[in-house]
Write a protein that binds this ligand. Structure first.
Ligand SMILES: Nc1ncnc2c1ncn2[C@@H]1O[C@H](COP(=O)(O)OP(=O)(O)O)[C@@H](O)[C@H]1O
Ligand SMILES: [Mg+2]
Length: 361
């Protein structure tokens, strides 16, 4: 594993007057790059040719490094170029998807704005659960075996698959029937079935809270909120029930976009406290805790009870809804603040105060 001292010696060799903010060209890269530019940084995009159009059409990138696959960010030549450009990498969801945890921890010799050590907590559902429970959050009940199912349950596969292959069951019988069918249709393998986590299905609306934990200001900020626009589950309501029964639908939760939301103000106290507690526990389980953005995925019931079902300890794509417009960021910072820019601002403050070593890992 790359030691903190190694990252520090990389930073020492950097020209802090010429820092670039870099990331992979996908997920929330526009958000990150735009924010970096607005705070006066140069930007560097590790990009594949098929996605180049995005970062040319929206002029937010100063330097491109083209690769055939995102995992080539690990290549020595790419890393060398990134360091040459004094790059601080901002990790997002595609890092988890394309780079293994071992490689993130052991082979990426570029300073990163984010705590790599939290990654092992983030990618395991069980560890996430432990973290959130320690923080005193309400979580959906977990059934330890399909035979325990006594109400509506959601079956989830390990790792973030964007809801692919998830299904609902309301009894042991319906679970085994559906699982069998999913295997037969090629959606799941037998191995998948063994690794399924069964959660109580919480009836309510989803809300994703985007926080920023600032080490420099010693504060947890709420900067935005969204819900996901998921195919096909968000399309089901447009089909009458009798037709749904006929075509034997199974909801899938593939994210295709995000929708901004603002919450009833009476729900905000709990949302703010949840963020504080999650950040506090992170300091204990993986010092120095969360660096910068994190997101709690939650369901809010009709009684206002908030159930958290997932956490991301990095920028989430939902924060893209806030580029230039987030009401919560506005309340805190005035016009034009959003997650990507907040990241760049923290880096800028880090440089000014000589605290880069505290926020880069
Ligand atoms: N316990 C639950 N009750 C009701 N709906 C849920 C529950 N857990 C997840 N969902 C729905 O399923 C989607 C995907 O679940 P999630 O755990 O976030 O999977 P992924 O790891 O693929 O992001 C969520 O966005 C939400 O719409
Ligand atoms: Mg999720």
């Amino acid at each position: 594993m790359i030691g903190k001292d190694e990252i520090e010696s990389l930073i020492e060799r950097y020209d802090t007057n010429r820092i670039s903010i870099g990331t992979l060209g996908s997920h929330s890269a526009l958000n990150i790059f735009k924010g970096a530019k607005e705070e006066g940084f140069r930007t560097v995009c590790v990009c594949t040719r098929d996605r180049e159009i995005v970062y040319r059409r929206f002029p937010v990138v100063d330097e491109f490094i083209f690769v055939d696959r995102f995992s080539e960010i690990l290549d020595e030549k790419v890393q060398e170029r990134l360091r040459e450009l004094n790059t601080i990498l901002v990790p997002h969801g595609s890092f988890n998807a394309y780079i293994s945890m071992e490689d993130m921890l052991g082979r990426l010799y570029v300073p990163m704005f984010g705590n790599r050590r939290l990654l092992s907590w983030e990618i395991s559902r069980d560890k996430q659960r432990e973290w959130l429970l320690k923080a005193g959050l309400n979580l959906p009940r977990v059934y330890s075996s399909p035979d325990e199912i006594d109400g509506l349950a959601i079956a989830k596969l390990p790792g973030a698959r964007g809801g692919m292959g998830y299904f609902l069951a309301d009894s042991p019988k319906s679970f085994y029937e559906k699982a069998e069918k999913m295997v037969r249709n090629g959606y799941l393998s037998r191995e998948d079935i063994k690794n399924i986590q069964l959660q109580e299905y919480v009836l309510g609306v989803t809300a994703y809270f985007q926080y920023f934990r600032s080490i420099i200001k010693n504060e947890v900020e709420l900067l935005g909120m969204d819900r996901r626009y998921e195919s096909a589950v968000d399309a089901l309501g447009r089909i009458p029930a009798r037709d749904q029964i006929h075509i034997d639908l199974n909801p899938t939760y593939t994210v295709v976009g995000n929708i901004p939301i603002t919450l009833r103000e009476s729900i905000l106290p709990e949302v703010l406290r949840m963020g504080d507690r999650v950040a506090k526990i992170a300091e204990e389980i993986a010092p120095p805790g969360i660096i910068g953005p994190f997101c709690l995925e939650a369901i809010i019931t009709d009684t206002g009870r908030i159930y958290a079902f997932e956490i991301s300890a990095r920028i989430v794509a939902g924060s893209n809804v806030g580029i230039g417009t987030s009401p919560y960021a506005y309340l805190k910072y005035g016009a034009g603040m959003y997650m990507g820019r907040r990241i760049a601002l923290e880096v800028k403050l880090g440089i000014e105060k000589g605290m880069l070593g505290k926020i880069l890992y």
